[in-house]
Write a protein that binds this ligand. Structure first.
Ligand code: PEP
Ligand code: MG
Length: 576
């Protein structure tokens, strides 16, 4: 393969993580800003150094305000809050004082001043303690200006770009702006890692587990194919055209700026319902993480929520949110679905989503450690306060509220969780089935639980013993694995014993090819990123319930994930 200038086009394979294709220049995520050494300056340099602090703080504020004005949604909100923090004179004044009093370099003075402010905020407890993280972010940005280091966080080169990173922290993914980030490429992560889930929810094409991501040269044009997991370096007209990017909807290549091509997939309409060809209803609902996502879900036509990931409202916090804060966050989500149903998941803290106030600092194997419902053993009061908040929010809104616990493995955990919910007047309490133990024991768990929801991301991770964030085992991480499908079958059979609904809220639910198989296995609801609702509803309209069952039987009968997928894919072209 050669591009227009006769240079060979290099094709690299990763793991598809968020569908879509776009092309643009590579921009790397910058490394963390290092802590400056404690060094001193000469007395005659003090005045210049003190004004350098103020100028750097001003520059940071202006830069953030400019970015906030251009950004959209959550990214705009976060940038505006950080800009306001940078505009506050307290930090710069304290740093300038330290320069004068102690003759510290401006960068060290800023570091120390920010440390003092952050510690003070933390000592005040929630909600002020939460500002400490913003102070440290502003600190890093000012230090970067003073030392000439690249500013931290998602870069802002002034034009749309392909973001390349080793991996993205949850706080960074929150500032991804789909208007400027054309695609995401990471060296780490798997298809169900949180970077992948967030890219999908924002509609940003993503390829993860691309081992050589760090070698992509800054500024080089790449074509990212998030559907097939490919990255083409230096694509020519032929490759752009084959990818449907010959004249992307905001394509430009005027010689002045970098080539930027993107094609937004036309969104099919979703009317809130889904039915098989023979009229069997399937509950199709949305996964949300906060009020902004609840808005997006309602706007996409979702009439309910099958998974409200509450921990995302509080990621990065050093202290437990108060009951009042929780009530406010939960009500904002419930209010968007008046008359509908929202399934609220209690905090799934731990592993890739640590919450400093709840999860242990260090575990050798956090995915197998104290996460999800297991945190309630040492901190029953945190679960108790969360249930109290959910209960108050439910009473204040006219939304049907179901509650479920993550990472359940035993019938005892189920019984205790249901009892705790009942004590707070939460009468529809269920469990997530994310461990093989829970799937195999479903008939016991569902004797107490009112419903179950299969978290196929973790169920796949634990069934295949393949870390969902680890690139090296990403090929194993697919819910098409017949072993995973078999556990889905067993879980559904366990629910049927008691006439209890069993849904899926992992990423498997968003795969239009897999959805009919899940329905055939006995799944009663599918909860997914709002972007996938229309495509999954369309796929279900093509098949009857009996065909779904035949597809499930055929997929279960295959020895490999690939063969299972192929037998279902070939169905439409005259297969089973
Ligand atoms: C899952 O594991 O499938 C799930 C929905 O939970 P999370 O992705 O938040 O771990
Ligand atoms: Mg999970």
């Amino acid at each position: 393969m050669q591009n227009g200038s006769g240079m060979p086009v290099e094709k690299r394979s990763g793991v598809p993580a968020s569908p879509g294709r776009s092309a643009g220049p590579v921009v790397h995520m910058p490394p963390r800003v290092p802590e400056p050494a404690t060094s001193r300056i000469e007395p005659d340099a003090v005045d210049r150094a003190a004004s350098a602090v103020r100028e750097a703080a001003e520059r940071v504020e202006q830069d953030l305000a400019r970015r906030a004005a251009r950004a959209t949604g959550t990214a705009a909100d976060i940038l505006s809050v950080t800009a306001a923090m940078a505009a506050d004179q307290t930090l710069a004044a304290d740093a300038a004082h330290r320069v004068r009093a102690d003759h510290l370099t401006p960068e060290r003075a800023v570091w120390d001043a920010a440390g003092a402010v952050a510690t003070q905020l933390e000592s005040l407890g929630s909600p002020m303690a939460e500002r400490a993280r913003d102070v440290r972010d502003v600190r890093d940005r000012i230090v970067a200006v003073l030392t000439g280091a690249p500013p931290p966080g998602v870069p802002d080169p002034g034009h749309p770009f392909v973001l390349v990173a080793t991996d993205l922290a949850p706080a960074d993914t929150a500032t991804l702006d789909p208007e400027t980030v054309l695609a995401v490429v990471t060296a780490r992560g798997g298809p169900t890692s949180h970077t992948a889930i967030i890219a999908r929810s924002l509609g940003i094409p993503a390829v993860v587990a691309l081992g050589e991501a760090a070698d992509l040269a800054p500024g080089e044009t790449v074509l990212v194919d998030g559907t097939d997991g490919l990255v083409l370096v230096g694509p020519g007209a032929a490759e752009l055209s084959a990818a449907g990017l010959a004249d992307g909807d905001d394509g430009r290549h005027d010689g002045a700026g970098p080539l930027v091509r993107r094609r937004r997939s036309a969104r099919d309409a979703f009317d809130g319902t889904a039915t098989t060809r023979d009229g069997h209803d399937i509950d199709l609902v949305a996964n949300v993480a906060d009020p902004a996502e609840a808005d997006a879900a309602a706007n996409a036509g979702a009439r309910g929520v099958g998974l409200f990931r509450t921990e995302f409202c509080f990621l990065g916090r050093g202290t437990e949110p108060t009951v009042a804060e929780q009530v406010e966050a939960y009500r904002a989500v419930l209010a968007r679905f008046s008359g509908g149903r929202v399934v609220v998941r209690t905090l799934d803290a731990g592993a890739d989503k640590p919450l400093r106030f709840l999860t242990p600092d260090h575990e050798d194997n956090p995915a197998l450690g104290v996460r999800g419902i297991r945190t309630a053993v040492d901190h029953p009061e945190v679960l108790d306060r969360q249930l109290e908040a959910i209960s108050r929010a439910a009473r204040a809104e006219s939304t049907e509220v179901w509650v479920m616990a993550p990472m359940v493995a035993t019938a005892d955990e189920t019984r205790e969780f249901v009892a705790a919910c009942t004590a707070h007047g939460l009468t529809t309490a269920g469990v997530m089935i994310e461990t093989p133990a829970a799937a195999l024991q479903a008939r016991w768990l569902l004797a107490d639980a009112a419903f179950a929801s299969l978290g196929t991301n973790d169920l796949t991770q634990y069934t295949m013993a393949a870390d969902r964030d680890l690139a090296g085992v990403a090929a194993l991480s697919t819910p098409w694995q017949p072993a995973v499908l078999d556990l889905v079958r067993v879980a559904c059979e366990g629910g049927a014993v008691h006439g209890r609904p069993v849904g899926v809220c992992g990423e498997a639910a968003a795969d239009p090819l897999l959805a009919p198989v899940l329905v055939g296995l006995g799944v009663t609801s599918l909860s997914m990123t709002p972007r996938a609702l229309a495509a999954v509803a369309a796929a279900l309209r093509q098949v009857t319930l009996d065909e779904c069952r035949d597809l499930a039987t055929s997929a279960l009968d295959k020895p490999t994930a690939r063969a299972a997928r192929e037998v279902v894919r070939d169905f439409g072209s005259g297969g089973p």
